[in-house]
Structures are given as C-alpha cells and as structure tokens.
Design a protein around this ligand. Structure first.
Ligand code: AMP
Length: 458
C-alpha cells in the first residue's frame, strides 16, 4: 500500500501490520458542520479499508474540551465551560453515529489528561526546549532545528507568522505550552502556576500516553499542518529524542463553499444535524468518497442530488441481481469479477483513491445490468460472488448498510446463541459445527470486538 506523506510530499510504501493512527478531534464549542464531516468520513473510510485489508488498527481521537473558544462561548451563553464542552461533545458523538463513523477505538479528552500534559511540559523545560515567563511556558523554536519541516517553510518564512502575540516570549513565533490564568477562570494547579494548557501539547500528551513516542499515521485537515502539527513534531521529537514522531502525516482537503473553506468563522457552514434532515447520511458519505481525500471538494446541493441517484442505482443493482435467474453461465464471469476486485484494491492501495475505486464498483454494476438486460442466466457461485464483492466494496465506504436482510427466524437465533455458549466454554468443535450448520442455512457469522454479528449470504 502507498500513502501520501505530507512530510516527504511523496507517496510512500506502507506495509506495517499493527497500525496506530491518531486523528485530531473537534474543539467542542459548537455543533460540527459538513466540513468536519468531510474530514472524519475520510478517516473512517481509511480505517474501514485498513481493517478490511487485515491491518490491526488502533484508532485514537482526542477531544479538545479545554480551549479559549469554549471559554468564550461559555461567557457568551453564561454557562460553565465544562457544560458547553459536554453538550457539544455529546452532539459530536450523535453526529458520528448518524454518519456511520464507527471506527474510532478511543476518544481522549484533554481535560482528563492534565497530569500527562504537565509532565510533558516539565520534561521539555528540563531539557531546555521550553522556558517559563510571567505569562506561562513557551516552546523555544530556535532549539528545534527541524521546525518547519512538515509545512516546508524555512526560518524566514516561519518568522512571518505571528503566533500568539505575547511580549514575554523570547521569539515571536514561540508557541505556548501552558498559559497562566486567574483562579476565577477554568484551570488547574501546576508547577508553572494556575492555568491551562496550550492546544498543541494536549495532543502530544494524549498520543504519547496511548500510542507511544512514535506511531504510524497522524491525520487532520490541511489547516492543521501549521502551526498545530508542526508544533506537535517539535514537542514530541524534542521530548523523546526520537525521529520521526509519526511515520506518515496525512491531511484532508477542505470542503469549500464558493471556493472558501466551510467554517464557523466565515458563517458559510451547514451543520451535520441540518444536512441530514435533507440528505441521507449515505448520500453524504458517497458524495465525499467520490473525491480523493486530499482534494478540495466544492459543496454543491445539485451534486448531492445526483449522488442520491447514484446511491439509488447501487441499491437497485442489488435487487436486479437478486432477480437474475440462476443457471449455467458464460465462462469467464468469475474471473472478470475477480479482475474488477483486484483493480478496486489497487486503487485503494494507491493512497486510498476512492473516486477510482468507485469506478470499479460501477464496472460491477455494468456487469449485473448486462446480464439482466440480455436475460442471460448466472450461476449460483457467480451470483454470490457478485453480491458479496459489491457489498464488501460498498461497506468500505459505509454505504448500502440499509440493505437490511429480513429478520432471522427463532431457530437461527437459537443456533447463534448455542454457538456463543459453546465458544465461551471453549468447545470450539461444537461452535464450528454450529457455524457450518448456519452457513448451510444461509447465515454467515462474524466475530467482532462488539460480539458476534450475522449477515445473510447473498
Ligand atoms: P476543529 O474543531 O475546528 O478543530 O476541526 C476539527 C477537524 O475538522 C480538523 O481536522 C479540521 O481541520 C477539520 N475541518 C474543519 N473545517 C473543515 C473543512 N471545511 N473541510 C475539511 N475539514 C475541515
């Protein structure tokens, strides 16, 4: 598999089987919009695909629940910042569920990792990468030679950015690790005085705790490359002395409205909650998957309407396939399905090229339609292969989930329970025998982290 690395600006080979991935989560001060959905759906598809390809993925996401935006919102609404964060974290979780984003293994709130944050800052100060002033603690970017390597900026270019103006800093572009605050504000006691953490240190403290000092994939949208991810590298590589902190840095392109980033500050956003009132979540997923994750996407209601038709075609194909008569078929059909599947995988292996992969799905649809329109028969094996291949491909994009198989009978339910009991008693012989019996009845079992799941054999 090849994945584009923002650091090298190249597609790099990636074959490691145990994969640790960290994606920057939301700042929970308001409802999430479709721009956020664009990024989180992209990583959900990447995670689904990695798991489909048998990578053993651990997917971590932080929740920024300590941030100036949350505090401003709390002041505006006369609420407690913790209440604001809890309210919008809950809303975010609801949005993920609605959009079928179900691949994240662990969410980690900044507010629950203050001890780890303080500890990381202390180590940075001890190693002289950070210094204390009257207003807090800052990272001294002159101590880290690689600063700028992710955003590909030299020292002169970096100096043009005015980061967090503060007269006590040694250099204008040093960034804050700890901000001293008045005791009346949200904050924690620390060796550097009462206050709260800077944004960048929240993420490296969390990633160090759950993924270690070096891990495989880090993600977010392109706006996070600088200063956020650049600062993360500076912090982590300085603290650990190990490079690289992250093997592959990935970044999603923006969802745009009239060529501008969809964002809260520009007021050109549609919340996920409003969008799903108008558009089926699967339409939204397919709409995003039809562009490459690194490409910008223009938000366009008409395109979304066209995507609805495309999704309907996919659902209809399943019904068309079901109704094709079984019989003897022309030679070569199974080989053709396998060829299409191989091409699909090649596209996905090439930096998750979803738009090309979707074109392989359409090749399968054409095959089905060719049989349906000519009245040709199709063998049971090919029919099964076509159905399962189509479903497998679509499941990676999180679509066709509403193609619900009919309810299972009481007998089947009993057998599933029987197998579970046998499995728990480690009577694998019996468990396997029941599995085979169920397969003969057209039910395939899948053991997942959340228990046993069943699907109907197509
Ligand atoms: P925030 O809550 O603003 O920190 O954003 C959470 C994630 O959504 C980050 O990875 C952002 O870069 C990403 N994001 C925000 N707006 C957009 C957009 N218009 N298109 C794509 N990703 C976005």
């Amino acid at each position: 598999m090849k994945i584009f690395n923002t650091l090298s600006k190249e597609k790099e080979g990636f074959e490691k089987k145990d994969v640790k991935m960290f994606v920057c989560g939301p700042t929970v001060y308001d409802n999430s919009h479709l721009g956020h959905a664009r990024t989180y759906i992209a990583y959900d598809i990447i995670a689904k695909y990695l798991r489909y390809r048998n990578y053993n993925l651990f997917f971590l996401m932080n929740i920024t629940d300590v941030d100036d935006k949350i505090i401003s919102r709390a002041i505006e609404t006369k609420k407690d910042p913790k209440q604001i964060a809890a309210q919008f974290e809950k809303a975010f979780m609801e949005d993920l569920k609605t959009l079928g984003i179900d691949t994240i293994d662990k969410f980690a709130r900044a507010s629950e990792h203050i001890a780890e944050i303080i500890d990381q800052i202390q180590r940075l100060v001890k190693k002289k990468f950070a210094y204390e002033t009257a207003t807090g603690v800052y990272f001294d970017i002159t101590k880290f030679d690689d600063y700028g390597k992710l955003s590909h900026q030299n020292t002169e270019e970096l100096k043009k950015h005015r980061i967090e103006p503060d007269t006590t800093k040694k250099h204008p572009h040093d960034f804050s690790l700890w901000k001293r605050k008045d005791k009346t504000e949200l904050g924690w006691d620390s060796p550097f005085g009462f206050g709260r953490p800077g944004w960048h240190i929240e993420d490296t403290a969390i990633s160090e705790k759950y993924l270690g000092t070096q891990y495989d994939i880090h993600g977010g949208a392109i706006d996070l490359i600088f200063p956020h991810h650049e600062a993360e590298i500076a912090q982590m590589e300085s603290v650990s002395g190990k490079k690289p902190m992250v093997r592959i840095w990935t970044h999603t392109g923006f969802l745009l409205v009239n060529s501008e980033k969809m964002s809260k500050s520009l007021g050109n956003f549609i919340t996920i909650k409003d969008a799903v009132k108008k558009h089926d979540p699967e339409v939204i997923r397919l709409f995003f998957a039809m562009s490459h994750y690194r490409s910008p996407i223009n938000f366009d209601e008409n395109n979304l309407k066209q995507t609805k038709n495309t999704l309907e075609t996919l659902y209809n194909t399943l019904s068309v396939l079901k109704n094709i008569e079984k019989g003897k078929e022309d030679d070569g059909l199974q080989a053709e399905i396998e060829r299409i599947k191989r091409t699909f995988l090649e596209h996905m292996d090439d930096d998750f090229n979803t738009p090309y992969a979707i074109s392989s799905i359409f090749e399968l649809i054409d095959l089905v339609n060719k049989f349906a329109s000519t009245g040709k028969k199709i063998s049971k094996n090919s029919k099964d292969l076509l159905g399962t291949t189509l479903m497998e491909m679509c499941n990676i994009f999180g679509i066709l989930k509403n193609y619900a198989p009919p309810e299972i009978s009481e007998d089947v339910k009993k057998l599933i329970d029987e197998r579970e009991i046998a499995r728990k008693k480690k009577d694998y012989k019996k468990a396997d025998a029941v599995r085979v019996k169920l397969e003969k009845m057209g039910i395939v079992l899948e053991d997942t982290k959340n228990g046993v799941k069943w699907k109907r054999k197509f």
